[in-house]
Design a protein around this ligand. Structure first.
Ligand code: PFF
Length: 452
């Protein structure tokens, strides 16, 4: 049996892991969320802290998740159960992968609502609605969409259905192939749009905003937002990367693969910032606009571009595909587990979980209009799910997984993964994880609980 063979398939090409993991990481978080997070959190200050988080927490935790996933080549739930049966960890640890699956499940419920916005904008772009639109008109188009539960429900349902159908098949290889075409297309398109935005938008103001800051801008809120977004953007703390690592070739350097994934993810986010922010400045859109920022600013640029109808349609299509390759990871953990453990067909498992996601998403989308007044801990359901997952659940799961890898499981389990194959990397990674990432995550988790 080839050594990289596992229960669900064979990954002959060492790039497949990088592609699938990048497909999971690059999504709405980079293009929809990153620009408005930068806008809301003071630009350069957020960017500075975000970079620190990526290298001091994000990358080491991603390596931990992948190293564990490749060493056991099983799903996270069975892995921790097995560790418990072998008395390596106590019973409480068995809960950790369920929390990870829960995080993916909760995130998908509101993620699919945003993906629904992308579908709605794709349809409008195809219909030529954005030709020569002004900022006020795109704002009105966006508000009309948010104010229409029926339309949002339609697109949310379409997206959830597509996710169910795709996750229902075992398509990781096909997924990687899709990402192989999608990522270069997305990066090229964003590059082209960034050049265009730098010409028609306020590029100087963007550069000053992004690359200048002072210490007083770095508040607890900015730090929490940056860490939470690093987890969200790298898809860590949800077990998805763990699951993909099971398919990773033994010959691939884990540190190199994870560094590439972080690099691609960051590149796409920065490019999206360089597209959206110059337009936001030149159109005098409020930086605090929040989730609508990308959807309000970009169509104005498409409307003015020669051939903008086509460019806009392709852009939204790429955004939808990027959202899809991310969304698939969110259900993967529970679907694989139900399938392997209870012999439920993948499609049935995806359908059951998808139904739950759809219902919860329905509540999220209603909280944007008819249920606006219903609040949990001071937040609408949509905002609550977003903040609860990014600021509390993901950091907790990531922290527990890191403690597990760094302090609980025997080093011999990682022997072949990092210690022998990448001895220098191992020392570097192990020390950063133990002395830097874990203490930072403890502080962040406590601050998240107190602050939210
Ligand atoms: N990383 C994805 C994005 O930035 O859009 C979001 C995401 C994907 C979160 C997969 C969680 C996950 F399991």
């Amino acid at each position: 049996m080839p050594e990289n063979r596992c229960m669900q398939g064979i990954w002959s090409n060492p790039w497949l892991f990088i592609l699938a993991a990048s497909g999971s990481a690059v999504g709405l978080g980079n293009i929809w969320k990153f620009p408005y997070m930068v806008g809301e959190n003071g630009g350069g200050a957020f960017l500075f802290v975000y970079f620190l988080c990526l290298f001091l927490v994000g990358l080491p935790v991603l390596i931990a998740e992948v190293a564990l996933g490749r060493s056991v080549r099983s799903n996270p739930i069975d892995t921790i159960n097995d560790l418990h049966e072998r008395r390596i960890v106590t019973k409480g640890w068995v809960l950790v992968p369920y929390l990870a699956g829960l995080a993916g499940f909760l995130i998908l419920s509101f993620y699919s609502v945003i993906a629904g916005w992308a579908l709605a904008f794709f349809e409008r772009s195809l219909a030529g609605v954005f030709s020569s639109v002004t900022k006020d008109e795109t704002q009105a188009i966006f508000s009309a969409l948010i104010g229409s539960p029926k339309e949002m429900l339609l697109w949310h349902s379409v997206f959830v259905l597509i996710v169910i159908l795709v996750v229902g098949q075992s398509v990781t290889r096909g997924l990687a192939m899709l990402v192989k075409m999608l990522l270069p297309a997305l990066i090229l398109m964003l590059l082209g749009l960034a050049v265009y935005a730098s010409i028609v938008g306020d590029f100087d103001k963007t550069l000053t905003f992004l690359f200048s800051w002072n210490w007083s801008h770095i508040t607890t809120d900015v730090v929490l937002a940056a860490v939470g977004h690093a987890f969200f953007s790298l898809s860590i703390g949800m077990g998805g990367m763990f699951a993909y690592a099971a398919y990773m070739s033994k010959h691939m350097s884990i540190v190199r693969a994870c560094t590439i994934v972080v690099g691609v993810d960051t590149l796409v986010a920065i490019l999206a910032g360089l597209v959206v922010l110059p337009l936001v400045f030149s159109l005098n859109i409020d930086l605090d606009t929040g989730p609508s920022l990308t959807f309000v600013s970009l169509p104005v640029a498409f409307g003015r571009l020669p051939g903008g109808q086509g460019v806009g349609s392709v852009f939204f299509l790429l955004l939808i595909l990027a959202a899809l390759t991310s969304a698939i990871t969110m259900l993967e953990l529970f679907v694989a587990w139900l399938h392997e453990r209870f012999y439920v067909s993948r499609l049935k498992a995806a359908f059951i979980l998808g139904l739950g996601v759809w219902l919860l998403g329905l509540m999220s989308l209603l909280s944007l209009n008819e249920w606006k007044e219903i609040h949990f801990f001071g937040f609408t359901i949509f905002d609550f799910l977003d903040k609860f997952t990014s600021l509390i659940l993901l950091p907790i799961v990531a922290l527990l997984l890191s403690i597990l890898v760094a302090l609980r499981i025997p080093r011999s389990m990682l022997q072949n993964e990092l210690i022998t194959r990448e001895p220098t990397h191992f020392k570097w990674w192990y020390n950063v994880l133990k002395f830097c990432s874990i203490p930072i995550m403890v502080v962040i988790t406590v601050a998240g609980w107190i602050g939210v």
